[in-house]
Design a binder for this molecule. Structure first.
Ligand code: HEM
Length: 275
């Protein structure tokens, strides 16, 4: 079949667009379950334990819980606990039906998301660069890019340039979730390799560093490809977009399964046992 024939068939073009839509919806459903698992983990480890007076210095993987005091410890908790809100409600911003039908919710949720994301970037940079807590190198650039993307998403919303607002808001969403994606990629990598491979306990091995950049650069590249694919009229180009989106969904699924089984569920169970 020639490419002209491919262009000319509205039915197959419709089929390709439908598949693109489904690949995005599949990614969304997988990501939502992973985000809610992460919210549950942060809730049990850092909020539930606080209300029950459980000492988490031996339970939490965050070294700052043990090593920081006073105001710095408060900064650590201000950094960590908003992840519960971000992970519970962030994805709703991407649902067109919610955006169009519940505009007031979209605006309020968007403002909260961007403000908490910004606060996460500043407090994270303070903890890493100011207090020397360990996190892999790529996350510093992640923090700086959050500030730029949030600024641009907000600016274009105020200017009512909703095409550019949406684009920057999606990049802000991906960047704010960089540390979540990092955990998916890291645990997915452990699962596939049946253990660490190029990783260290201080998360500064070659693979840790690679994943700490890939955790936002790869989803941002996929999002850009999606924006371009949506405007395509060439069926073959749309199918390329479908394959890339489906691979993105598969990587996310592997990461969600791995992080749930190897990281979040065991830690939630430890907290419940301590309570
Ligand atoms: C807004 C996005 C972010 C969110 C939602 C977030 C969330 C979290 C969470 C939930 C933890 C606890 C770790 C655990 O229990 O597994 C954590 C720890 C930490 N995060 Fe973030 N983070 C974000 C951005 C950043 C950035 C941009 C940096 C650095 C530039 C950073 C640096 C840190 C550090 C240093 C720790 C403590 C590690 C320790 O105490 O050993 N975070 N973050």
């Amino acid at each position: 079949m020639s490419d002209t024939t491919i262009h000319a068939s509205p039915l197959t073009l419709h089929h390709a667009r439908n598949s693109l839509d489904w690949s995005v919806k599949s990614w969304f459903a997988i990501a939502l379950s992973g985000q809610w698992m992460f919210a549950a983990y942060v809730f049990f480890m850092y909020a539930f334990t606080y209300t029950r007076g459980i000492d988490i210095s031996e339970l939490s993987p965050a070294s700052g819980v043990k090593n920081l005091q006073g105001i710095d410890k408060a900064v650590l908790f201000t950094h960590i606990t908003p992840a519960i809100y971000l992970a519970l409600f962030g994805l709703f911003q991407l649902v067109p039906a919610i955006r169009n039908r519940y505009k007031a919710f979209h605006r309020l949720n968007g403002r909260i998301f961007l403000l908490l994301g910004l606060s996460g970037a500043f407090t994270g940079l303070y903890l890493q660069l100011g207090k020397g807590l360990t996190f892999s190198q790529g996350i510093v650039l992640n923090g700086l890019l959050i500030i730029i993307a949030v600024g641009c998403a907000w600016y274009y919303a105020v200017k009512k340039r909703f095409d550019l607002h949406q684009r920057w808001a999606i990049h802000a969403f991906i960047l704010v979730n960089g540390v979540w994606t990092f955990r998916l990629y890291l645990m997915g990598w452990y699962l596939v390799n049946q253990g660490p491979n190029g990783n260290t306990p201080n998360v500064d091995g070659p693979m840790d560093i690679f994943l700490s950049f890939a955790c936002y650069l790869l989803p941002m590249a996929i999002a850009e490809l999606y924006f371009r694919t949506k405007k395509q009229t060439s069926q073959s180009q749309i199918w390329i977009g479908v394959v890339v989106m489906a691979m993105g969904a598969l990587i996310t699924l592997t990461g969600v399964i791995a992080a749930t089984l190897m990281m979040w569920t065991p830690r939630i169970l430890q907290v419940l046992a301590a309570g």
